[in-house]
Design a protein around this ligand. Structure first.
Ligand code: NAG
Ligand code: NAG
Ligand code: NAG
Ligand code: NAG
Length: 444
């Protein structure tokens, strides 16, 4: 038996650790220095038991190249920023007036070398090239080797895949984004040598591949600029196809919960979908949308999760459950109105929040600590809205693609231990999105 004080220290420690091991899609993610993680268009490489996350640093809120960042982690949650892996080289295709997107890194066993590939472009996306750089350590810094059109044709959004036999492949949107191609690389991973698969007229981009039980799963979005669309999955027993018809990985109306695929990481018998929620007007505030990609039904689907955790050594994930409070059960005031619709939980939501309209949800049970709360809402406008929770916390509400389409966004609040009243309104002279329900989680 532990004495009581040891038990309370242990449970306080457990609370502290669990607080830092949850994945919250759409929240601002910070690194071990407390800075917002800047690694958009992600690529992940595992070296021993360490994961490296490469991505676009968009902290200047510009599409132009500033750096390929490199972060390391042993658990996919606690990320430490390392030196930049790639920085601008003036007078080349990777100067700070060019575009570098979707950096991905492979380790070449033969040469014991790290090889980075990326979408390399001019500021108007007119060059449509791939770029390549090499290093002897995971974060480099990498030495730029050049940019070119693979096999003489366009390459814009791209991904990489290294097969179990160490052969490597470039996955890319080609021919003005009309045809999607998979091309095999040479044994150095320095260039592509031949196309193995071509999906003509497929208009796919943002690709990734995971292999499971000798089946290849290709995950990709279609083309809609920075706006999200329903990302798709294709399967084949060979990289040269034939590929199955496309299938949705999430309810199509949610447009992949407002995200676009960037990378797909195997996890035990499942995988992790790693996407971006692009915010073109404030690129550095684009958020990471990572979800379990569940293969248990045979047709891989995103397991929607507001709060979840991953055990990388066991290869498993756990989706947290919380307590639901319906918005329509709250107290409404001003212009706020109960809306009916079959897509709303309980058939109702509260609309016209803002301009003096509000809803107060009462008796929300808190644990006295910071807690994650997911706001389920519909925003049928073409622009982002936001809602004020209690007096002053502002939560962004990206457009959901329709007034009857509901997605969730997270907010961390410190609630009182016991009953709380939460008021939702709009601080500005405008309206917040329609609020369907909230789910309160114990984790914070
Ligand atoms: C996070 O990682 C840093 C170093 O990478 C380490 O010092 C720290 O203990 C880790 N925190 C947790 C909660 O694992
Ligand atoms: C790769 O091959 C292309 C021809 O398809 C060539 O133009 C380019 O220079 C090559 N790149 C490297 C790094 O060898
Ligand atoms: C795709 O188009 C190319 C010509 O651009 C053609 O050679 C190839 O056979 C086509 N592939 C399929 C699968 O239709
Ligand atoms: C909230 O949304 C309104 C438009 O609905 C916008 O004018 C305002 O800038 C937004 N506020 C924040 C803090 O994003």
């Amino acid at each position: 038996m532990f004495p009581h004080y040891v038990l309370s220290v242990l449970s306080a420690w457990a609370a502290l650790v669990s607080a830092e091991t949850v994945i919250i899609p759409g929240a601002p993610w910070t690194d071990t220095s407390g800075d917002i993680i800047q690694a958009h268009g992600a690529g992940i490489l595992k070296v021993g038991s360490t994961y490296y996350w490469f991505g676009e640093d968009k902290s200047a809120n510009s599409a132009l190249f500033s750096a390929v960042s490199c972060y390391s982690s042993s658990d996919l949650v606690n990320w430490s920023r390392q030196n930049n892996a790639l920085t601008p080289v003036s007078g080349t295709m990777i100067s700070n007036s060019n575009i570098i997107e979707r950096p991905k890194v492979m380790f070449n066993q033969k040469n014991q070398e790290y090889v980075m590939w990326f979408h390399s472009d001019t500021s108007n996306y007119g060059a449509a090239m791939v770029g390549m750089a090499t290093a002897k350590t995971p974060c480099g810094p990498y030495t730029y080797q050049g940019s070119w059109k693979p096999l003489g044709a366009d390459s814009r959004d791209m991904g990489l895949f290294v097969d179990t036999d160490e052969s490597a492949y470039l996955l890319y949107a080609s021919d003005n984004n009309q045809n999607f191609k998979i091309a095999r690389m040479d044994s150095n991973y320095y260039n592509v040598t031949a196309i193995v698969s071509q999906l003509n007229g497929s208009t796919l981009e943002a690709p990734g591949i995971v292999k499971r039980d000798n089946v290849y799963y290709l995950i990709a979005s279609h083309t809609s600029g920075w706006d999200p669309n329903p990302n798709k999955i294709f399967q084949s027993s060979s990289l040269s196809g034939p590929w199955s018809a496309q299938a949705d990985i999430a309810p199509a109306s949610t447009r992949t919960y407002f995200s676009q695929n960037a990378f797909d990481l195997p996890l035990g018998s499942n995988a992790i979908y790693m996407g971006d929620r692009w915010r073109p007007s404030l690129l550095g505030s684009s958020r990471y949308i990572w979800y379990p990609l569940d293969f248990s039904s045979g047709s891989p689907r995103i397991a929607h999760a507001d709060v979840w955790s991953v055990d990388v050594s066991a290869g498993t994930y756990t989706v947290a459950s919380g307590t639901t409070y319906e918005a329509e059960a709250g107290t409404i005031s001003g212009s706020a109105t109960i809306l009916s619709g079959s897509s709303f939980s309980g058939g109702q939501a509260v609309g016209y929040l803002g301009n003096g309209g509000s809803v107060t949800i009462n008796n929300v049970q808190g644990n006295g600590q910071a807690q994650w709360i997911a706001l389920y809402y519909a925003n049928g406008d073409s622009t982002w809205r936001n809602t004020t929770v209690r007096p002053s916390t502002i939560v962004d509400q990206p457009n959901t693609g329709g007034g009857n389409v509901i997605i969730s966004v997270p907010v961390k609040l410190t609630l009182n231990n016991g009953a709380n009243s939460l008021t939702f309104s709009a601080g500005q002279s405008s309206y917040a999105a329609d609020l369907d329900k909230i789910i309160v989680y114990q984790q914070g």
